[in-house]
Design a protein around this ligand. Structure first.
Ligand SMILES: [Fe+2]
Length: 302
């Protein structure tokens, strides 16, 4: 593909390279490192420099260990090939043009690939962008890919998606099939949100953050760990699958796991509940399950 020079380089929602790839239907791409502008690099420096002291205080030691093992450069956006070279768990990052339809996302996890955004937010929007960027994916998700226990957790999410397709493929009535699938996807999205994105975990130093949504937010990580306005509950699967959430505000409710082994065992129970029909009628509310997410599952029925 011809590479188009742009003053915005690879900025979130303003990257011609990404728009061009998407218009050609490409979901997976290479990281065209030379397209990052000085403004893009400055955004990385600002984000990384602001978050580093927050991570030291509020991030779980498992994240800090993973971060150290990746040897990310605080001053330069990482090359994903370098990140992959440091990962020893079988997981690799995989550059994408944007959010994948749900089945493809989970199936990447099953193949031990983490879909990774290559664009970066503008330096004037360092506090919040709703969509992921390379800071969120490479600095806040990838360090946990280096943890062998967490890598198995992500793989298990992918297995749950396969289990869901196998289950609904046996439902003959189409209305019932779509209703069942919609409920399972809603439950899985809630569980992913309250763990991989916004999870808290016990540590010797008290409760710390391991969810990447928290690890990429300068303000929310402290709020999540310290604020009396946040309800922190020991995780309960039957609660999480029925719990809706809003993405554009600090989370008022967070769930605490004991360890990654604990979370892995909960995923085993989630997978069992999929097959036992316990996710067929979860409470209504966010997140919405999009047509394209449903379609991606229906195209891969087992
Ligand atoms: Fe994320």
């Amino acid at each position: 593909m011809p590479q188009i020079a742009s003053p915005r380089g690879l900025s979130t929602a303003e990257a011609p390279f990404i728009e061009e790839a998407r218009s050609q239907g490409q979901l997976f791409i290479q990281q065209p490192y030379e397209l990052y502008t000085e403004e893009n690099q400055q955004a990385w420096r600002t984000l990384y420099g602001r978050m580093r002291p927050q991570w030291e205080r509020y991030a779980h030691p498992h994240f800090q260990d993973g971060l150290a093992s990746l040897a990310l450069d605080p001053n330069h956006i990482p090359r994903l090939a370098d990140v992959n070279g440091h990962l020893q768990t079988g997981f690799q990052t995989k550059a994408v043009t944007g959010c994948l339809p749900a089945f493809l996302f989970f199936d990447c996890l099953r193949n031990r690939q983490f879909p990774t955004t290559i664009t970066i937010r503008r330096p004037d929007s360092v506090d919040y962008v709703p969509e992921p960027d390379i800071f969120h994916d490479a600095a806040c998700h990838a360090p946990l890919l280096a943890d062998p226990h967490f890598a198995e957790i992500l793989f298990r999410f992918g297995e749950c998606a396969r289990t869901a397709t196998a289950l609904v493929s046996h439902i003959g009535d189409e209305t019932r099939r779509i209703r069942t699938l919609t409920n399972i996807l809603k439950a899985m999205a809630r569980f992913y949100w309250f763990t991989v994105e916004f999870g808290l975990m016990q540590s010797f130093g008290g409760i710390k953050a391991y969810g990447s949504g928290l690890l990429s937010s300068y303000g929310e990580i402290q709020h999540a760990v310290e604020s009396p306005e946040v309800q922190r509950s020991p995780i309960q699967l039957e609660w999480v699958i029925h719990q809706s959430f809003q993405i554009d505000r600090y989370q008022p409710l967070l769930f605490v796991i004991d360890s990654f082994d604990h979370l892995f065992s909960l995923l085993g129970r989630l997978e069992y509940w999929i097959t036992a029909g316990r996710l067929d009628n979860v409470a209504p509310g966010e997140p919405k399950v999009s047509e394209s997410d449903l379609k991606s599952f229906l195209l891969h029925l087992g």
